[in-house]
Write a new protein. Structure first.
Length: 364
């Protein structure tokens, strides 16, 4: 807990304006967690105990996702903690602000689901977890690639039925192939290092060129060369107005017919309808995705006892050369612990009015 000292810039400072003196009250930040899974609750409780912050932070774990209908559940809380598929739009933010919420803690790196103009209007701070396990995400991208190439998922199902035929399971050597990496941030760099170990030629496209990437032999090129020359294309870029649907019909038709496309970053980097058309006409050889443009109402939920309502995703799942996982690339023990630790630190920074490098700045 911390003493409230009358600083107007502090998170919960209570000033007795009429007397122009400060209260000597103590405060505790109450945080409402939305879209909570069992592993979230377990990790945050364990980390809070390890960091000895249980007297400063109070957690309420809620199963529903955050949206305008569920936002009132945050009443009497100082902050909300949300994940990638929560709907933090202007309507939701107004409801949160009206109920006294002053902070949105993202337990993820992406913030494209948050209306930052609205948070600025209502004076709500937004903090994120910029990196938790870049190795885990990069390794999952490679797992998708290897599974698609060598068809190990199909082989696994065959041998369980005593079918040891090799027909239809042929792949290719990864060694010597050209790999195009779109985005060379932390995850893109990890992916590049792994693919260098396979003996690949590495091309990359990024607005900001990394000296570390160059030192490992990455050649920065324009996006057109990525499409034209790559045997493997892996997306590791953030979702911005400039990168939305960066893989569209035009880009797909510039790719090699043997190209494998991997996306573990943001679903909307792909124009999914264009990708379906490309797969039907055999424009590319394979697709591996851990993210999906319309995943909000699909991923992180068990739909096994009901028909899948998303027709586009249902169509994708019919292709033998498509592999879909449900946004699990980040899901390692190391990442879950890091997310909890960084999120708790972000909350403490706001509570104690400390500067943080994890603040998401609103548009100017």
């Amino acid at each position: 807990q911390r003493r409230v000292h009358g600083d107007a810039s502090c998170f919960r400072c209570v000033c007795l304006a009429s007397a122009r003196i400060c209260s000597s009250l103590y405060v505790k930040m109450k945080i409402a967690f939305f879209n909570t899974k069992k592993y979230d609750e377990k990790s945050f409780k364990k980390t809070a105990q390890r960091m000895n912050v249980e007297d400063e932070l109070s957690f309420t774990f809620l199963e529903p996702s955050l949206n305008p209908l569920t936002a009132p559940l945050a009443a009497d809380h100082d902050a909300v903690c949300v994940f990638v598929n929560d709907k933090v739009d202007a309507e939701t933010i107004k409801i949160l602000a009206d109920r006294g919420v002053k902070m949105i803690a993202l337990r993820c790196a992406g913030f494209n689901n948050v209306d930052l103009a609205a948070t600025k209007e209502h004076g709500i701070q937004v903090l994120r977890v910029p990196a938790y396990s870049p190795y885990g995400v990069a390794e999952h991208a490679v797992a998708l690639l290897l599974t698609l190439n060598r068809k190990t998922h199909r082989a696994y199902n065959r041998v369980r039925e005593n079918n040891f035929s090799l027909d239809g399971l042929i792949g290719c050597d990864i060694h010597g192939k050209t790999v195009g990496i779109v985005g060379t941030g932390r995850i893109g760099l990890c992916f590049a290092a792994i693919m260098k170990g396979f003996g690949c030629r590495l091309l990359a496209y990024d607005v900001y060129q990394s000296e570390e990437a160059k030192s490992m032999g990455v050649e920065y090129v324009d996006i057109e060369r990525i499409w034209h020359e790559s045997d493997i294309i892996s997306l590791h870029a953030p979702l911005t107005p400039q990168t939305k649907h960066i893989v569209n019909e035009t880009a797909l038709h510039k790719m090699k017919p043997n190209a494998i496309l991997i996306n573990t970053s943001r679903g909307a980097l792909l124009d999914t309808n264009a990708v379906v058309k490309a797969l039907k006409s055999k424009v590319i050889a394979g697709l591996g995705i851990d993210v999906y443009e319309q995943e909000e109402d699909v991923f992180f939920i068990d739909h096994s006892s009901e028909p899948l309502q998303d027709d586009t995703l249902s169509r994708l799942l019919t292709f033998p050369n498509v592999l879909v996982t449900g946004h699990q690339a980040f899901f390692t023990h190391e990442a879950i612990d890091k997310i909890a630790e960084t999120t708790i630190t972000n909350c403490l920074d706001v509570l104690h009015n400390r500067p943080s490098q994890n603040v998401v700045e609103p548009p100017k």
